[in-house]
Design a protein around this ligand. Structure first.
Ligand SMILES: Cc1cc2nc3c(=O)[nH]c(=O)nc-3n(C[C@H](O)[C@H](O)[C@H](O)COP(=O)(O)OP(=O)(O)OC[C@H]3O[C@@H](n4cnc5c(N)ncnc54)[C@H](O)[C@@H]3O)c2cc1C
Length: 397
């Protein structure tokens, strides 16, 4: 059985950032990831044909100057010079088969009357719907803004706590306001996993845990075994709950209260000359088969364009492919590559802060069990890294 100081289950940015802090502190650390690549929702598959290269973002796509913990890690990994700006192309609505600008869809009078509330209203205790309806007006919220919020976690967000979406954080002045990376966000995951002293094993589906004589024993579906004094679970809440069922039933039960949604994404790559759609950052749809289409037009390429459709659940492959060809106005034969991915995102609800308070109480007596992910302080990348950092600080005492 492989002995470690720390074993991290889950190789998304939450697990990777916590592993980064442990390795920096000189701990022998191993990451175990179920999939065959590292990164979780940092997923940027690369393709090449006739010597031309292209990549797509199947999950996260944008970072901000306020992502200070992430930026510290990027700097320590020596990849700051791979940060690149995103081209200024619009986020648009897609309604009744047509692309519409956001401004033309807003009721300006209602907006002007409502927007002063921005300076007096607090987000605490408000839902996304109640808060933003007061900021932009109820009609503007229902007709326009709510669809943008729904597109973030690909689900209805009316009942999300307002303070968990789009937090205001201090910005790092020397960094671009919003940016991506030359080879996509997965290159950040790869840079962290290449840190010296960090072991990374993919295709390791963890199915059971034991706690014996002060050590965690971690077992995969294939029967591989690892052990560590400190265990990090950086998996979706339902997986964390299931894994802890036998060894920490009270925590498992507490985590089982959280809900999550799977985002079913299908990406396509098309030669530039075969598509007439004007460049966009994303198309947001109120009433289509998909919540959003995120495009690669933010990092323009000489030869190809790429589009990732984040579909509503329960569609078969044929329905998805048909809708893609209709929206893009291209036949299937013009699609050169496809990629698919399922990401899990939390379904946060009002009262989440109470769940978090109880989590902190339960973890007080569990110094060597660290729990991180995108369902603690919020689902943005920086929320994940901040959570990992505070869990690492708890370990160090
Ligand atoms: C489509 C999409 C777009 C987004 N865009 C942005 C954006 O632009 N900017 C932003 O700030 N945020 C964005 N987010 C949110 C952010 O990217 C995610 O919240 C964050 O990346 C989640 O990281 P994580 O490590 O917590 O979870 P994940 O990335 O989901 O990683 C969890 C990992 O655990 C692994 N795992 C699960 N079960 C097991 C098991 N039993 N054994 C071993 N491994 C297991 C999974 O395979 C996965 O790799 C986006 C999210 C999505 C889905």
């Amino acid at each position: 059985m492989m002995q470690n100081d720390v074993v991290v289950v889950g190789g998304g940015i939450s697990g990777l950032s916590l592993a980064f802090y442990c390795v920096q502190a000189g701990m022998k650390t191993t990451i175990l990831e179920k999939n065959d690549t590292i990164g979780g929702s940092f997923a940027s598959p690369h393709y090449s044909a006739n010597g031309k290269k292209f990549w797509l973002e199947m999950g996260a796509h944008t970072c901000y100057s306020s992502y200070q913990n992430l930026l510290d890690i990027v700097e320590a990994c020596g990849i700051t010079d791979t940060i690149i700006p995103r081209a200024k192309v619009p986020f648009s609505l897609f309604m009744n088969g047509k692309v519409k600008s956001i401004v033309s869809s807003l009721n300006i009078f209602e907006l002007l009357v409502s927007v002063p509330n921005l300076f007096t209203l607090k987000k605490d205790g408000e839902s996304v719907k109640s808060y933003y309806s007061k900021i932009v007006g109820e009609r503007n919220y229902n007709n326009v803004l709510s669809h943008f919020f729904n597109a973030v976690p690909s689900q209805k967000t009316d009942d999300f706590p307002a303070e968990m979406m789009f937090k205001s954080r201090e910005k790092r002045k020397v960094v671009l306001k919003n940016y991506t990376f030359k080879e996509g966000l997965q290159s950040v995951a790869q840079a962290i996993s290449a840190r010296s002293g960090l072991n990374v094993f993919t295709n390791q589906n963890i199915t059971s845990l034991k706690f014996v004589d002060g050590l965690y024993e971690i077992r995969t579906a294939d029967g591989n075994e690892y052990s560590a004094k400190t265990l990090v679970l950086a998996t979706p809440s339902m997986v964390t709950s299931k894994l802890l069922k036998d060894i920490k039933p009270e925590i498992a039960n507490h985590f089982s209260q959280l809900k999550a949604a799977d985002v079913d994404s299908l990406g396509v790559i098309v030669r530039k000359e075969n598509i007439s759609l004007k460049p966009v950052a994303a198309l947001i749809s109120p009433d289509d088969l998909f919540f959003s289409v995120v495009s690669r037009d933010t990092v323009p390429d000489d030869n190809y364009r790429g589009f990732v459709f984040h579909f509503k659940p329960g569609l078969d492959d044929k329905a998805k492919r048909n809708r893609i060809t209709e929206v893009l106005g291209v036949s299937m034969s013009k699609i050169e590559h496809t990629a698919s991915k399922i990401n899990t995102v939390p379904s946060l609800r009002m009262g989440h802060h109470k769940w978090l308070e109880k989590t902190n109480v339960l973890l007080k007596k569990e110094k060597n069990l660290l729990l991180t992910g995108n369902y603690f302080g919020g689902m943005a990348i920086e929320d994940c890294v901040s959570r990992s950092r505070s869990e690492f600080d708890r370990l160090k005492g």
